[in-house]
Design a binder for this molecule. Structure first.
Ligand SMILES: Cc1cc2nc3c(=O)[nH]c(=O)nc-3n(C[C@H](O)[C@H](O)[C@H](O)COP(=O)(O)OP(=O)(O)OC[C@H]3O[C@@H](n4cnc5c(N)ncnc54)[C@H](O)[C@@H]3O)c2cc1C
Length: 419
C-alpha cells in the first residue's frame, strides 16, 4: 500500500448517497450523472494512477446554471466536491474522494470568441489546450503554454494547475497568458475575475480570456536565447552541448525529448514522475545527489528536465508488483523535493501539489505561510468543501510528520528565504 492518507468519508453524506444521486439527476438531466461502480471506474484516478478512489457520484454538467445549482446544493448540505477537467493531472489534483461529487467539466468544450486584433480567445474550460491553437493556427497564431499532455488536457485544468510547457521559458506559464475567468463559487455565485484587457484593477487573481502569440521569434532573438542557454548549461557543468543545425535535426531532438517519458516504459514496468524546480546552476550538484539516492532507496532514476527554467522531472523507476517498491519510490520522490528546497528551489514546477506533494509543502512553507494560503481558500470556499485535503496541508498534518516547526522544533533549511 502507498503512504497516501485519505480522509475518513463523512458518514452522513455516505448514508444519503441515493438521495443525492436522485437530486443530481434533477439538476443535470439526461446522461449527465454516472453512478454505477463500473462506469465510475473511468474516473477513479487521474494521471497519477498509483492512487485510485471511486467518487460518491460523477456529474457532468453542460451549462453554467447547472454548475451553479450543483455547487449550491452541495454547499447547503455540506457535501464535498472535486472538479475534474480531462484527468491528466500528475499530482492527484483530480483524485476523487469517496464522499465527494466529482464535477467533470469536459462537456464545456466550445470556443466562444476569437478576437484576432486583440489576440484574445474566450474558451469554455473543457476545451483542450491544443484545441485553442488548432482554432487559430490558420491565421498564424498559437497559444503558448504547451504541456506535453496538450492533446488531452483542458484549459480549465491548466488554469487550476498553472501548467507549463516548452514555450514557457519565453512566454511564461498559464497564469501569464490568461487575462480573465468566469468562476462559480461553492455557494453557487457566478463571478468574473479580470477580463479581456491587459491590466487589471484590483488584485490580479488571474486565470478564460486567453492571450495568443504570433508564430514565432526573429532570428536574432533565437540566437540570443541560444547564447544565454549555452552559458547556463556550461555553468551547470554540461559535458556536451549540441545546437541543432537543420530543421530535421531540430525535430529529431524534440522527438527525443517528447518521447523520453514513454521510453521509460521500455526499461521499467512503472515509473513515478517527479516535478521540482531548482536554480539552473545547481543542476550538476542535484543530479549527483540523485545518483547517490538511487543507492539509498535501491531504485533507478532517469532524469528528464527543462534545463532552461530549472524544472526537473526525475522519473523514478519501480515495479508496483514488487511489495514495498511504490512506497520506496514515494520516499525517493519526497527526498528529491526536499533537495530542491535545500538548494533554493521549489517542490513543484508545473504539475501542482495535489495529494502527491502535500507533505512536501511542510518542508517548503512556514506555518504563517500555510495559514495565509488557507485564508485565501476560505475567502472563496468558507466551509472548505471544494477539493479538500489537496494542495495545502494543515499544520497538524505537518506537525505529525515532524517536517515543520510549529512550536519549538527545528525548521528544515531555516537559512533559506521562504516563498
Ligand atoms: C503525459 C503527460 C504529460 C504532461 N506534461 C505536462 C507538462 O509538460 N506540463 C505541465 O504543466 N503539466 C503536464 N502534465 C500534467 C497535466 O496534463 C496538467 O496538470 C494539466 O493542466 C491538467 O489538466 P486536466 O484538464 O487534465 O486537469 P485534471 O487532471 O482533470 O485536473 C487538474 C486539477 O485542476 C482542477 N480542475 C480541472 N478543471 C477545472 C475547472 N474547470 N475548474 C476548477 N478546477 C478544475 C482539478 O480539480 C484538479 O485539481 C502532463 C500529464 C501527462 C499525463
Amino acid at each position: 500500500m502507498s503512504g497516501l492518507a485519505m480522509p475518513k468519508p463523512d458518514a452522513e453524506t455516505m448514508r444519503r448517497r441515493a438521495e443525492i444521486v436522485a437530486d443530481m439527476r434533477i439538476i443535470v438531466p439526461g446522461e449527465g450523472v454516472v453512478d454505477t461502480v463500473n462506469e465510475m471506474r473511468a474516473f477513479e484516478s487521474d494521471g497519477l494512477t498509483a492512487y485510485r478512489q471511486l467518487p460518491l457520484v460523477v456529474v457532468l454538467p453542460e451549462t453554467v446554471a447547472q454548475v451553479s445549482r450543483v455547487l449550491k446544493y452541495c454547499n447547503d448540505r455540506n457535501i464535498r466536491v472535486v472538479p475534474r477537467g480531462s484527468g491528466t493531472s500528475l499530482s492527484g489534483g483530480a483524485l476523487p474522494l469517496e464522499d465527494a461529487v466529482l464535477l467533470v467539466m469536459s462537456r464545456f468544450n466550445r470556443i466562444l470568441q476569437i478576437d484576432y486584433p486583440n489576440r484574445i480567445i474566450v474558451a469554455q474550460p473543457g476545451v483542450t489546450n491544443l484545441g485553442i491553437t488548432t482554432a487559430v493556427e490558420q491565421e498564424g497564431f498559437y497559444y503558448a503554454p504547451d504541456p506535453s499532455s496538450q492533446i488531452a488536457c483542458s484549459i480549465g485544468g491548466n488554469v487550476a494547475e498553472n501548467s507549463g510547457g516548452v514555450h514557457c521559458l519565453k512566454y511564461g506559464l498559464t497564469a501569464n497568458n490568461v487575462l480573465g475567468i468566469e468562476m462559480v463559487l461553492m455557494n453557487g455565485e457566478v463571478v468574473r475575475l479580470g477580463g479581456s484587457h491587459l491590466d487589471q484593477e484590483g488584485y490580479d487573481l488571474d486565470a478564460a480570456a486567453i492571450l495568443l502569440c504570433e508564430a514565432d521569434g526573429t532570428a536574432l532573438e533565437v540566437a540570443e536565447e541560444i547564447a544565454r542557454m549555452t552559458e547556463v548549461l556550461r555553468e551547470a557543468g554540461a559535458s556536451a552541448i549540441t545546437v541543432s543545425q537543420s530543421e530535421a535535426e531540430r525535430l529529431r531532438f524534440w522527438s527525443g525529448r517528447k518521447n523520453a517519458f514513454p521510453a521509460a516504459g521500455r526499461i521499467s514496468p512503472d515509473y513515478y514522475c517527479m516535478d521540482g524546480t531548482i536554480p539552473p546552476k545547481q543542476l550538476a550538484h542535484v543530479l549527483a545527489r540523485i545518483e547517490e539516492m538511487e543507492t539509498t532507496f535501491g531504485l533507478r532514476c532517469a532524469n528528464v528536465f527543462h534545463a532552461g527554467d530549472g524544472n526537473m522531472h526525475p522519473l523514478i523507476l519501480f515495479d508496483a508488483n514488487q511489495p514495498g517498491e511504490l512506497e520506496r519510490a514515494e520516499a525517493f520522490g519526497a527526498a528529491i523535493l526536499a533537495l530542491c528546497v535545500e538548494v533554493g528551489g521549489t517542490i513543484t514546477g508545473e504539475h501542482g501539489v495535489g495529494v502527491e506533494k502535500i507533505d512536501s509543502m511542510c518542508v517548503q512553507f512556514r506555518a504563517q505561510e500555510l495559514d495565509a494560503f488557507f485564508a485565501v481558500k476560505r475567502a472563496f470556499d468558507p466551509r472548505m468543501l471544494l477539493n479538500p485535503n489537496k494542495a495545502i496541508p494543515t499544520l497538524n498534518r505537518c506537525a505529525e510528520l515532524g517536517s515543520m516547526r510549529v512550536s519549538g522544533g527545528v525548521l528544515p533549511f531555516a537559512h533559506l528565504p521562504r516563498f
